[in-house]
Design a protein around this ligand. Structure first.
Ligand code: A3P
Length: 321
């Protein structure tokens, strides 16, 4: 009797079973591929994206390390790109979660290449620069990278992964803060090492500034208007002086602010990607949305330790946090 043909997912799972594996994050193993560690669902998506993804002409790829502000970047880019298609009262961001407005390359687009709104040239990814599907560099797509203070990224990730644990169990036994800190510092984290993720995009942005825009969450917080204008200009959707006079930039900034998005019905309820292995409550993408929250969880000494590691890893690159 013939074996049933392997599905694509099974094929990728079989391939990755030979990759180096770490079980430090307990909930799910991490697999190493092309120098980075991935949870299985991401790696299956990455392999599928490398094999199948074909960008649309003029696509802009929004790239982030997980928990660096992807949701915010998706909302801002989407609002910028669609501002002349919709009136202020009918923008889909008011009724759909940002993750349903801009698909993820390795979740939605990889699973179904047709899963795109042809009119919206945006796709997002957590894939590191050197592992992006070659079709992206071949087509000359523009890339936007948003990075964030690693201490806040780690805390955000820690909360997020704990949220994935079932209620009523001893969460510290599974995702303990000190242990998470140690392995993050070792570079063992989903899509990590964190510093290599940042470095890949930083170097690309230095080499080809017209192709890669490098943004920082803390700067975006400090001067959102300035950075939103920069983003719009880079993406090829600059604001006209007339739009600026009418307050269009401020409107987009307000629409995409943490409080505004968090309080919309679409983000207070509903789930992202309900029929995939990557199901997340939309509320989980909106926790605090501030800078420096790490201070409420680990001490100055630990903060300094992680800072020092990052400083060493980034030294000589021209970028520092
Ligand atoms: P915290 O957990 O520190 O609050 P991602 O979107 O990459 O998953 O990142 C999630 C982080 O971005 C969370 O950080 C979340 O609260 C924050 N965030 C979500 N929307 C935001 C917004 N509009 N402005 C600022 N931060 C936002």
């Amino acid at each position: 009797e013939k074996d049933a043909p392997l599905t694509q997912q099974d094929k990728y799972k079989e391939i990755m079973s030979s990759f180096p594996r770490r079980d430090d994050w307990v909930v799910q193993p991490l697999y190493q591929y092309q120098g980075f560690w991935y949870f299985q669902v991401y790696l299956v998506g990455l392999l599928a994206a490398q094999e199948n993804f074909r960008p649309q002409p003029y696509d802009i790829v929004l790239c982030t390390y997980p928990k660096s502000g992807t949701t915010w970047l998706k909302a801002l880019a989407y609002a910028i790109v669609t501002r002349s298609r919709f009136s202020d009262f009918e923008n889909p961001l008011l009724t759909k979660a940002p993750h349903d407005c801009v698909p993820f390359l390795e979740i939605d687009a990889a699973r179904n290449v047709c899963n795109r709104d042809q009119e919206i040239p945006l796709v997002a990814t957590h894939i590191p620069y050197n592992s992006l599907p070659t079709s992206i560099s071949e087509s000359g797509c523009k890339l936007v990278y948003l990075c964030r203070d690693p201490k806040d990224v780690l805390m955000s990730m820690w909360h997020f992964l704990r949220g994935k644990l079932p209620e009523g169990i001893d969460k510290d036994a599974y995702i303990n803060l000190n242990h998470s800190f140690e392995i993050f510092c070792e570079g063992i984290s989903g899509n990590g090492p964190y510093w290599d993720h940042v470095l890949g995009y930083w170097k690309a942005s230095v080499k080809s500034p017209e192709e890669v825009l490098f943004l920082v969450y803390e700067d975006l917080k400090k001067d959102t208007v300035f950075n939103v204008k920069k983003l719009a200009e880079f993406m090829g959707y600059p604001f006209t002086p007339e739009e600026e006079r009418r307050g269009v930039v401020q409107h987009i900034v307000d629409l995409c602010s943490f409080d505004s998005l968090r309080n919309l019905k679409a983000n207070k309820s509903g789930v992202y990607s309900p029929d995939s292995p990557f199901t997340v409550q939309n509320t989980e993408f909106f926790r605090k949305g501030i800078t420096g929250d790490w201070k409420n969880y680990f001490n100055e000494e630990m903060g300094a330790h992680l800072d020092q590691i990052i400083e060493e890893k980034l030294s000589g690159s021209g970028f520092s946090f």
